[in-house]
Design a protein around this ligand. Structure first.
Ligand code: LLP
Length: 434
């Protein structure tokens, strides 16, 4: 059987593309388009692959914490929990979703460079595992909240390792000029550590960094891991404390286009593992618990989006625009980062990819594209398009611009497809209009 993009997508004799054995043309007929479709088995494979790689490198003292921002909806959390995966949240809304899905709050940690008092209270009150502090003022706010309740809260704080990740500037975060975290070189991070330590109700447990997202080179991860562990040991020495957790972030790049070669999860984790073990030996300290926070790499490849082609505009001496019934409202990543996507005509996936086409959305914006200059089967009105690798930062960044309702998420599991997030209705759109 021919596969395309990943071994979960197969192309049948009738030329239709299937995900985990389910014909996506039929799925489109049954549920309508646009629709996000996800493979539960692929999600689980990713959970297991990360867990295996982490255990191999760090033994039992490690955690895989899924970064909820990549895709946050209730259906996901029971799957994560059953695979032993923890999660991070960055807002009251993500926290609420995880809690409503009965995810163990002890398995959550809370990020963000400007958490509100209400969010901090919500986190403390639900018994969240830890809070990653990211502002001096936040230390005081959290201390006051915990003092009022006479409870202790486990905290870490975010550090800038000063590593520049080779990715789009908007999603690079580890460099010194960043709104996130405290710099090591300028002494800010050590000042923050001292400030946290002065608080009576905050249990200072470790440090965190995240260098950026969709990072391909192993070098950035290796350098950040080394810098972070060295600084971890420096804090322990200078402040005479012991910490037990080092979060090295997420950011592992994934394959969007056929030419992308992001490497395997194993390569990335092994690279960090090697550096960290070497450093531990040099420092004469056993490694603390090592935590990674993959978002995109956990969910991206497990999802695709189905659209129906409405029209094809072949401009002489110009581009060929294939207009679909979705676009930047369900996938704003071209508009934001000029990100490109791969696609096939789902009902003729076996046909030669012989035409250069641009997939355009339906919003009143010229920048509303899904893919630019992509070589794939010549499309015509009524065709179903399957766009790959839309599991991350699509649903979670979707909007109702032009009052377009958001698509459903359909989950395939054991040969059955079901709606796990329903399609928005027009009534949903005016629900909050008073
Ligand atoms: N941990 C922290 C603290 C983060 O800020 C992020 C992502 C992650 C983990 C997960 O990174 P990942 O493994 O997903 O690369 N909207 C952008 C991506 C923004 C990522 C922000 N932080 C996009 O669509 O490319």
């Amino acid at each position: 059987m021919k596969t395309y993009y990943s071994e979960h997508f197969t192309i049948g004799e009738n030329g239709h593309i299937s995900l985990d054995g389910l014909d996506l043309v039929k799925v489109a007929e049954e549920f309508g388009t646009p629709a996000y479709v996800m493979s539960e088995s692929h999600l689980r494979e990713n959970c297991r692959a990360f867990t295996r790689a982490m255990r191999r490198n760090f033994g039992e003292r490690c955690k895989v914490a899924y970064a909820s921002k990549a895709l946050c909806a209730r259906f996901l959390y029971p799957i994560l929990a059953s695979e032993g995966i923890h999660a991070d949240v960055v807002s009251g809304g993500e926290l609420y979703t995880a809690l409503k899905a009965e995810f163990d709050p002890k398995h959550l940690h809370f990020h963000g460079n400007n958490k509100t008092v209400a969010e901090l209270e919500m986190a403390v009150d639900c018994g969240i595992g830890s809070i990653i502090l990211d502002a001096m003022e936040e230390v005081d706010r959290l201390e006051a909240i915990c003092a009022a309740r006479d409870i202790h809260q486990r905290v870490l704080f975010r550090v800038k390792p000063g590593v520049h990740a080779d990715t789009h500037a908007f999603i690079s975060t580890g460099q010194n000029d960043s709104k996130f975290g405290f710099g090591i070189q300028d002494g800010e991070a050590m000042r923050m550590a001292r400030h946290i330590l002065e608080q009576e109700h905050l249990d200072f447990s470790g440090i965190h960094c995240h260098i950026g997202s969709q990072v391909f080179s192993l070098d950035g991860f290796a350098r950040a891991a080394k810098i972070m562990f060295d600084f971890f040991c420096q804090i322990e020495r200078e402040l005479h404390i012991t910490m037990d957790e080092l979060i090295v972030g997420g950011g592992f790049g994934v394959k969007y286009m056929p030419e992308d070669e992001p490497g395997t999860f194993d390569e990335k984790i092994d690279t960090m593992g090697k550096v960290l073990r070497e450093e531990a030996e040099k420092q004469g300290r056993v490694l603390p618990e090592i935590v990674i926070e993959p978002g995109r790499s956990m969910v991206c490849a497990a999802g695709c989006t189905l659209y129906t082609v409405g029209s094809v505009r072949d401009i002489r001496d110009g581009r060929c625009y294939v207009s679909v019934d979705g676009g930047m409202t369900d996938n704003p990543r071209f508009a934001l980062y000029q990100a490109n996507y791969d696609a096939v005509v789902a009902n003729r996936a076996a046909a030669p990819r012989d035409k250069l086409q641009t997939i355009a959305g339906r919003c009143c914006e010229s920048g509303d594209l899904v893919a630019r200059d992509l070589q794939f089967q010549a499309a015509k009105a009524g065709d179903i398009l399957c766009v790959f690798a839309t599991g991350a930062y699509n649903f979670s960044m979707a909007s109702n611009y032009n009052r377009v309702p958001r698509p459903p998420i359909l989950l395939i599991c054991d040969g059955v497809v079901r709606e796990v997030v329903r399609r928005e209705t027009y009534e949903d759109l005016i629900h909050n209009d008073l």
